[in-house]
Design a protein around this ligand. Structure first.
Ligand code: ADP
Ligand code: ADP
Length: 227
């Protein structure tokens, strides 16, 4: 993933991103930190075209997000996103949530989508909960379903926007463990989080944003070293 000189000005005039440039190599885990309102969430959303940018360029491998000819659905297939609020479909079971996009977007048969979905739900530790509706899952379980749902599209890169911020403290660990295991599998990940333990342990690089600018990036070892 390569972002170059990305600018975002919202319609109300808010200048949320200023000359943000960032390269992320395949298999790298980048953690973005910074105060509230510094543009972290805006930047993540530009990476899957939930937000258009005002200037600059973004590429995911050979796909240009800024070329008008690029199919937005293609981008959404390549870029998985997990939000603070789990955003599951309430009327579908865990498995139904995970199988939905492969059926609708990738045109897989229900059988194939559900077989893959079961594997993914096992991977996130929900083998026993596949047929539960979201209202019968804890927050941590719902977030793990959301991760499995994003993975079902076989994305090239996964974006996490404060994935544990809405969870009760006792559920944070189970979601971070799933994210750690994804990182261990070599998934390319961009994570906005306040979980410094995760950053220290899992990140290849820590990026700090302030007032719409990317002010510095560093290895976790340097970032967390005490002086
Ligand atoms: P962070 O994720 O670091 O908290 P955000 O990306 O949410 O920061 O916000 C960056 C700035 O952009 C803030 O000043 C925020 O108020 C503003 N902003 C975010 N979303 C919108 C929007 N949809 N319209 C206008 N301004 C927005
Ligand atoms: P986050 O930082 O997790 O995105 P926020 O509370 O900053 O959470 O934003 C929640 C939602 O409100 C987002 O969809 C964001 O785009 C929108 N938003 C944030 N600031 C503004 C703003 N100044 N004007 C309009 N929408 C905003």
């Amino acid at each position: 993933m390569q972002a170059r000189n990305v600018e975002k000005v919202y319609p109300n005039g808010c200048h949320a991103l200023k000359q943000v440039s960032l390269d992320i190599n395949r298999g790298e885990v980048v953690v973005i930190i910074g105060p509230s309102g510094s543009g972290k969430s805006t930047f993540l959303r530009t990476l899957n075209q939930l937000e258009t940018i005002s200037d600059g360029t973004i590429h995911i491998d050979d796909i240009s997000l800024t070329d008008r000819k690029t199919n937005i659905n293609k981008v959404r297939e390549e870029v998985g996103m997990v939000f603070q609020s789990f955003n599951l479909f309430p009327h579908k079971t865990a498995l139904g949530n995970v199988a939905l996009s492969p059926i609708k977007v990738k045109k897989k048969t229900r059988d194939v989508a559900e077989t893959e979905g079961r594997e993914l739900l096992k991977k996130v530790g929900l083998a026993e909960r596949m047929n539960n509706y979201p209202s019968h899952l804890s927050g941590g379980q719902q977030q793990r379903v959301a991760i499995a749902r994003a993975l079902a599209m076989h994305p090239k890169i996964m974006l996490f926007d404060e994935p544990t911020s809405a969870l009760d403290p006792e559920m944070v660990g189970e979601v971070l463990d799933v994210m750690k295991s994804l990182a261990g599998d070599g998934m390319t990940m961009v994570v906005v989080t306040h979980e410094m333990g995760f950053a220290r342990e899992v990140a290849d690089r820590v990026v700090f944003m302030e007032e719409g600018e990317l002010v510095f990036e560093e290895s976790p070892d340097r970032f967390f070293e005490s002086d």
